[in-house]
Design a protein around this ligand. Structure first.
Ligand SMILES: NC(=O)c1ccc[n+]([C@@H]2O[C@H](COP(=O)([O-])OP(=O)(O)OC[C@H]3O[C@@H](n4cnc5c(N)ncnc54)[C@H](OP(=O)(O)O)[C@@H]3O)[C@@H](O)[C@H]2O)c1
Length: 245
């Protein structure tokens, strides 16, 4: 399947995994629309993307803004949801649940709003790819909040794949990927995650381009739906040490 002339919207397409995906899809001939909240970040992203790419400023936590985006977009063939407010890591006993609620509103809930708002614009046999997280399918201490946020998204993939067919619905679950998201993390928490990536079978954090290749695969393969694909260097397979009691 060729992506030539196909239109792909990437919410969270102005940085990290979303931006790498935009680059790869544009190289494959797609007409990519990248979206994010920050106008300056959007400008920088568009400056480095091929000229067939367009941009939109939208906050995916704002349903009215998403509805306006849907009306402005016209028909799209594929949707990639790669946005995140970030956060949610830390020991469950001390987790600030008010803060976690905002993190979930900034990702899982925003994904639901974005998907529902943009569904009418999607080609009937196009695709949706959710960027979730491999930690939702592992058992590392200090990741219950992240698992809650991303596990909810992984859980909707199979029922939506059946309900919305022939639209295909898949998820990609990144491990620890070097992107600007970690600049917003406390140093000690970031180091804990990077240490897990170094302890994984492939021994290093991933690159945004490596997740982008998996997203390209899920968009292109017309026989894959309801799938949840880890791109984590095998991190989920490694044992997590039990915390001291
Ligand atoms: N990097 C990792 O190790 C890792 C691991 C597992 C899962 N993930 C997931 O992968 C996805 C991409 O993460 P990343 O590492 O590439 O992060 P990133 O570099 O920080 O990019 C996040 C993108 O989301 C946009 N965004 C954030 N909130 C938004 C909102 N409310 N509405 C619209 N756009 C919004 C950001 O632009 P603005 O700030 O301008 O809005 C930016 O384009 C996220 O869902 C993240 O949870 C990442």
């Amino acid at each position: 399947m060729s992506l030539a002339e196909e239109r792909v919207a990437i919410l969270g397409g102005t940085s990290g995994i979303g931006l790498a995906t935009a680059r790869l899809l544009a190289l494959a001939g797609a007409r990519v629309i990248v979206a994010g909240r920050d106008a300056a970040k959007l400008e920088r992203a568009l400056a480095e993307l091929p000229e067939q790419c367009e941009g939109a400023c939208v906050d995916a936590t704002d349903r009215a803004a998403l509805d306006r985006l849907a009306a402005a977009l016209g028909r799209i063939d594929h949707l990639v949801l790669a946005l995140a407010a970030g956060g949610g890591a830390g020991s469950f006993r001390d987790l600030d649940l008010g803060a976690l609620r905002r993190v979930v509103e900034g990702k899982a809930w925003a994904f639901l709003e974005a998907l529902q708002a943009l569904l009418p614009t999607l080609r009937g046999d196009g695709s949706v790819t959710l960027v979730t997280a491999a930690t939702a399918r592992a058992a590392f201490p200090g990741t219950a909040g992240i698992a809650f946020n991303n596990g909810a998204l992984n859980a909707i993939v199979p029922p939506l794949a059946v309900e919305l067919a022939p639209l295909r619905v898949n998820a990609v679950c990144p491990g620890v990927i070097e992107t600007p998201i970690f600049a917003r993390w406390p140093e000690a928490e970031r180091e804990r995650f990077f240490a897990r990536a170094r302890a994984a079978p492939l021994g290093r954090p991933g690159r945004p381009e490596e997740v982008a290749r998996a997203i390209l695969f899920l968009i292109e393969d017309p026989y894959v739906t309801g799938a949840t694909l880890e791109v984590d260097g095998g991190m989920r397979l490694t044992g997590a040490p039990r915390p001291a009691r």
